[in-house]
Design a protein around this ligand. Sequence first.
Ligand code: NI
Length: 255
Amino acid sequence: MEFFDSHAHYNDEKFDQDRESLIQKIYEDEITRIINAGYSIESSKKAIEIAKNYEFMNTTAGISPNDIDNFKKENLIEIENLAKDKKVVAIGEIGLDYHWNTENKDLQKEVFISQIEIANKLNLPIVIHTREAIYDTLDILKNQKKCIKKGIFHCCPLNIDLVREGLKLGYYISFAGPITFKNSKNADEIIKMVPIDRILIETDSPYLSPEPLRGKRNDSRNVKLIAKKIADVKNITLEEVATETYNNAIKIFEL
Ligand code: NI
């Protein structure tokens, strides 16, 4: 079996001590494709630098809504230039986050829309971060008619409206640790709503370790626990989940 972790952050300092040996172990444990996700100029640069060492690793470049405190217009040009690197297969993570920031909603929207425009210009999909901002996120996506390549709801919030509308828009739903959490009461219902050909799996490492590892540093090996949960709920084999989600990721990232 082979698994595709569609979203992890090996650019995070929590991996500084053992990054190389850990990535080797992950690969040997059947996680044979990884997207190393950027969330700022610096982290996008670092993601690319790390990915250059591994044929099985690609990256995203983008500025997340939680990294726009010192945003300058020139940053958009930097993202566009980084996104031209062969390792970069999507613009992300980008989006809206009203959990951490509510006082700069207009700027969040502006930076999100500008980066969707970069994705459209470069013909790349987008990786969306949305938290407590579901309706504004959907409004922006619906109004971006030129949004040719669609994208992925990364660590998709377990919200029925978002998933229903996201599927209608043609987006992929990426499931992460929260589908395994005991307090995610509607996880099963949401998993059943999404056809297997529209599901991606991810860890968002080093964050969001699935049950029973909650609180520990996460790494891509745990993507198997996400796949297992989906297999159990959909009553299909783990192998089927691995293969389908792998192929879905290959398709959306054009690998
Ligand atoms: Ni992330």
